[in-house]
Write a protein that binds this ligand. Structure first.
Ligand code: CMP
Length: 140
């Protein structure tokens, strides 16, 4: 199925100079980049994007981390790109992420209260539609 997904290159990816490496992996896999923007996320964008995590112990640290510096938001498209990008990204925890994945190759754990794992990818078609509307209202 042709799909679109919302990818975020989180502030740690931008600060570490990994934008090119991550976008290269997305394009090398054969996915298209439909839209791309770099900006510092607003509190409103993060509250909407992470609504499902509100109240969790790591939520305040998550919002602090994600709003601390610029991030890059991307709409990627391709056949089964929603599960396909999550496969490219690897497991949430960088220690558990398999070698060959973005997180497995490029991220490692630290002792911060929130897991910094370079990228986000939508987990379902419903999430993708919701998240694309937050970051790219013009593509909703
Ligand atoms: P993401 O896919 O963007 O969705 C929620 C984020 O919260 C996740 O990536 C991690 O950055 C972070 N996260 C998820 N679970 C935990 C956890 N148990 N402890 C700390 N941070 C977490």
């Amino acid at each position: 199925t042709a799909q679109r997904t919302l990818v975020l290159l989180k502030p740690d990816a931008v600060q570490r100079g990994l934008r090119g490496e991550i976008l290269r992996r997305i394009e090398a896999k054969g996915y298209g980049i439909l839209a791309l923007t770099q900006r510092t996320a607003t509190a409103e964008e993060l509250a909407a994007h992470y609504a499902e995590h509100e109240g969790k112990p790591f939520y305040p640290g998550l919002v602090e981390y994600m709003g601390s510096a610029p991030l890059v938001a991307v709409v990627a498209e391709g056949v089964n790109v929603i599960p396909g990008f999550r496969s490219l990204a690897g497991a949430t925890n960088p220690t558990e992420a398999a070698p060959g994945t973005i997180r497995g190759d490029l991220a490692c754990e630290d002792d911060l209260p929130v897991i910094q794992n370079l990228v986000h990818g939508s987990d379902s078609e419903e999430s993708a539609a919701r998240e694309i509307a937050i970051w790219f209202p013009e593509h909703a």
